[in-house]
Structure formats: structure tokens, C-alpha cells
Write a protein that binds this ligand. Structure first.
Ligand SMILES: *[C@@H]1O[C@H](CO)[C@@H](O)[C@H](O)[C@H]1NC(C)=O
Length: 240
């Protein structure tokens, strides 16, 4: 039996799609956190049937706390687990990448992130009303960002657009996501512990290649750049 979607939720199908990409990634450890009171059999079976090294955890989002932030408890639980794991004999050096079940990842993004020393960044396709949201690179250094959605964020990046050297989570034990920040600021919230903009390592050919896409299952609108008050920096040369 394959996975079956429950009600109107396609998450298990998304997870299958993602798991079948991840099966092709070498030296990979998948930490899967379910937003639920208990681990579900559906996810457990999917993981067992995959060939991926994984850790399956769960934590229910605390709805009582009024906040639009999503994935905060889940990602923080993963970080708690990671910190303990890194201090065991099994804990090997690595790079942390925060994934979502509804994104599409090229295998190339996993190869790029192997180069990360502290924090690596790259473009993300079809996000924030743009064809591509990306760091701008001058002389091999990040000099700014092409982003339309809340461009005043300290790091106007999507969660899929960066990876962090795992050992930094031991160096900065206080680093975590927060329910207190408004939507779109989670990325800046975690990155502020590890880097300033000038420290970011531009990957994917100086941020000119797109290896990850925000393929939400809901309808995605791409805004017409010609109709915008502040049109994005020309990115017609970038294939999305
Ligand atoms: C990125 O740009 C720098 C500076 O122009 C250059 O030296 C380097 O080779 C480029 N890297 C890649 C991967 O294209």
C-alpha cells in the first residue's frame, strides 16, 4: 500500500515526493517533525519504506499562543535533537537545511550546501510573488538582495535559500526560532546568531542558478513586474 491522503490534505503525497528526492542524496540524515500529538502511522510507514537515514519526532503547535508563525516548535525540537546528537560519538560534522514538504529541491542544492563553511545562500524560485528571489553578489560577496516581499527584513531570504554549518548550533546554544517575530522574520531570527550579510557565502554560481522552488500546492500568483511600483532587479537571464 502506498500513502493515502487524508481529507483534503495532500501532505503525505508531498512527503512521498520529497522522500523520493532525498533517497538520492548521499550522507543525508532527515529529521522529520510532525505537527501532531502523536506520530502518525502514515508518516512512520513512509519513512520505514524509504532508504533514508531518518529521525522521526513530533510536537503539536501551541495554538493558544496567538501567532502566525508556523513550524517554530517543530524546527526548535529538531535543533534540540541535533545539539544532543552532535555531542554523541555518532555525531558527525554536517550542514543544516530547513525543508518544507511542499518545496521542490534539485539534487544540485544538496551538492552546493556541502561547500558551506558557516552560512551558505542561493536563489529560490517562485517565491514572494517573484520568479526568483535571490541574494545579489558583487565580487563574490553578498551585496544585497532582490526581494519584493518585506524587503526591509534583515535577511530577506526564504527558509529554502540557506544552510548553516551544524557545529554553529553548538557554538551558539541559544540560537532558535521564535514565536515572537512576525511572519517572514523567522529566517532573520535564526540567521542573526551566525552571520551578518557580508559573511554569507554565495553558492549556486554566485547566486545565478535556481536549484530550489517554492512549489506550494495552492495556486501561486506571479506578479507582473511591469505593473509594480518597485519592479525587481532584472532577472530575465536567470532560468527558473
Ligand atoms: C564568483 O565571483 C567571483 C568574483 O567575481 C569569482 O572569482 C568566482 O570565480 C565566482 N564563482 C563562481 C562559482 O562562479
Amino acid at each position: 500500500m502506498g500513502p493515502v491522503s487524508i481529507g483534503n490534505s495532500n501532505y503525505i503525497i508531498e512527503l512521498l515526493r520529497l522522500s523520493q528526492t532525498l533517497m538520492l542524496v548521499k550522507n543525508f540524515h532527515w529529521i522529520v517533525i510532525e505537527d501532531s500529538e502523536k506520530k502518525t502511522k502514515l508518516v512512520e510507514n513512509l519513512l520505514k519504506e524509504s532508504t533514508i537515514k531518518y529521525t522521526h519526532l513530533n510536537v503539536k503547535t501551541n495554538k493558544a499562543k496567538h501567532s502566525t508563525a508556523s513550524g517554530v516548535e517543530q524546527r526548535n525540537l529538531a535543533l534540540d535533537w541535533l545539539r544532543k546528537y552532535l555531542q554523541t560519538p555518532e555525531g558527525a560534522p554536517g550542514v543544516v537545511f530547513f525543508m518544507d514538504d511542499d518545496n521542490t529541491y534539485s539534487l544540485k542544492v544538496f551538492e552546493e550546501m556541502r561547500k558551506v563553511k558557516r552560512v551558505g545562500v542561493w536563489p529560490v524560485g517562485i517565491v514572494g510573488g517573484m520568479r526568483v528571489e535571490r541574494p545579489l553578489v558583487t565580487d563574490g560577496k553578498v551585496s544585497g538582495f532582490s526581494a519584493l516581499w518585506k524587503p526591509y527584513r534583515p535577511f530577506p531570504l526564504d527558509m529554502a535559500g540557506f544552510a548553516i554549518n551544524a557545529t554553529l548550533f553548538l557554538d551558539y546554544p541559544e540560537a532558535k526560532f521564535s514565536r515572537k517575530v512576525q511572519s517572514g522574520f523567522q529566517e532573520s531570527e535564526i540567521l542573526k546568531y551566525f552571520a551578518t550579510v557580508k559573511d554569507l557565502e554565495p553558492l549556486a554560481d554566485n547566486c545565478t542558478k535556481v536549484y530550489v522552488w517554492h512549489t506550494r500546492t495552492q495556486k501561486m500568483a506571479i506578479l507582473n513586474p511591469k505593473k509594480l511600483k518597485h519592479p525587481p532587479i532584472n532577472d530575465d537571464h536567470i532560468e527558473v
